[in-house]
Design a protein around this ligand. Sequence first.
Ligand SMILES: [Zn+2]
Length: 306
Amino acid sequence: MDVDSQAEASVLSFDVGGTQLRGALIDEAGRILEQMSVPTPRSSPEDLAQALTGVGDALVATESGRVSRPRAACVAMAGTVDRASGRVRSWPTTGFTDFDVTSALARRLDLPVSLVNDVNAAALGESEVSQCGELAALFLGTGVGTGFVSGGHLLEGERGMGGEGGHLPFRPGVRCPAGCDGCLEAYLGGDALERRSEAAGGPADVPEILKAWRAGQQPATAIMEEALEALEALVSITVNLLDPQRIVLGGGLGMRCPEMLARARQTVLELPLGNGRRDLPVEAARLGDEAGLIGAGRLARELLGG
Ligand SMILES: [Zn+2]
């Protein structure tokens, strides 16, 4: 890497996942200079804050002489966040509610720290890498996460939890893990596929379900057809509500199942009101695990007015 060209205003970004806490040092152009990860502590919010400061300290130590000290940070976090207060309202991985995750980091490193929902951060990361300011990101993993960027900024709503497309109503009769009756995630999320398949006497893990579906076996065929119908609904809602310039499909299930990408593209072509949008690209996500770090890095830079 050409260190001479590194900009002065580096930032820190963090992505707190269910198993790994990742941190990165990011330059002014949004490039990751260094990154590291540790197991996500699940014992208490205090332990999480301590792990964040530990990773932050370690990343700051790596920058010696290459870039100036980081000037801001942003933490991407699974769960319900309140962007304005920097508090996590609910952390589903652990069940902890209403705690501060940013203050300790801000004190320790003496810099401003913001908080963002992890799926929204990943959507912003995909927007950054594709240089697209009107982007819809649909992440199909264990659940269904969506994030939307318009005018170059995240659509986050009042508290930072806007863009939760996975829990839009689809077809009553099946409950999602969060408890809603018949949302898109209840049909399209990987966990939901596994639960439905096992309950119907089929295989209980996604790769086996996909294999059985491709071999034309039941119950996989019926379950996957409903999943694809849920995906069609999600794509249709996305295009009609947001008129994006680009849709990206990511997540473990989205990347493992090219049929999902094909069906999403077909949906765009067949939309009744989508006549002018037949050229709307639907593409595989580019960043994988780094999307949240890149997106959070962008939000950290925004704290500096950049
Ligand atoms: Zn739901």
